[in-house]
Ligand binder design. Structure first.
Ligand SMILES: [Mn+2]
Length: 193
């Protein structure tokens, strides 16, 4: 039995949007799910687009979120007009454009979310994947990565020890690559219902 849903069509559709001529900005309202999802999408885009960055609309103050950014080395920065001006394409994860007035400044090409769909605010983008039944966008992104044969073991700026760093930090801070890998497999993989 496959652990993850087959997403061949979505994967193809999503990958079709990426090319080396475009610079992408992944926009988030930073919380742990948004941060993790942005990191996954960045990983997916990394070698397929010109440049990809993450910009958050909010000020990040919660110590747990700051720790997550530090331990996972998530390269997110405050979204200011000067930053946005450097990018041609925009993706939104863990939110929909009507969730925050700041999102209204963007014409999103990709929207991946799990919040309920609202009739009055249909989401219009080249690629839309909204699954309200999912507890997190990170679960959706994990499915994408598995469908792309890009497991969490290789997930992000520090290739050998990545998603696993979302597990209790002290376990990872001084652990070897092998330990990191093992803990990511045993503790982090969501099993979709
Ligand atoms: Mn979420």
């Amino acid at each position: 039995m496959a652990l993850f849903k087959q997403l061949d069509e979505q994967v193809e559709q999503l990958l079709d949007l990426f090319n080396k001529d475009d610079n992408w900005l992944i926009v988030i309202n930073a919380d742990p799910d948004a941060l993790g999802s942005a990191l996954a999408l960045r990983r997916i885009m990394a070698r397929k687009v010109g440049d990809v960055a993450i910009g958050q609309i909010n000020e990040i103050k919660r110590p747990d979120n700051l720790s997550m950014i530090r331990y996972l080395r998530i390269p997110t920065q405050k979204l200011i007009p000067n930053l946005a001006a450097q990018y041609d394409k925009f993706a939104l994860v863990d939110s929909q454009p009507h969730h925050n007035p700041e999102f209204a400044n963007f014409d999103f090409s990709v929207v991946i979310d799990h919040h309920p769909l609202v009739k009055e605010h249909p989401v219009d983008a080249d690629f839309v994947d909204i699954r309200p039944k999912y507890g997190s966008v990170c679960t959706m992104m994990t499915e994408y990565l598995y469908n792309m044969k890009s497991g969490p073991r290789n997930f992000s700026p520090r290739p050998s020890c990545t998603v696993s760093a979302a597990t209790p930090a002290p376990l990872n801070a001084n652990s070897s690559t092998r330990t990191c890998r093992r803990s990511s497999i045993s503790t982090n993989l969501p099993i979709p219902s």
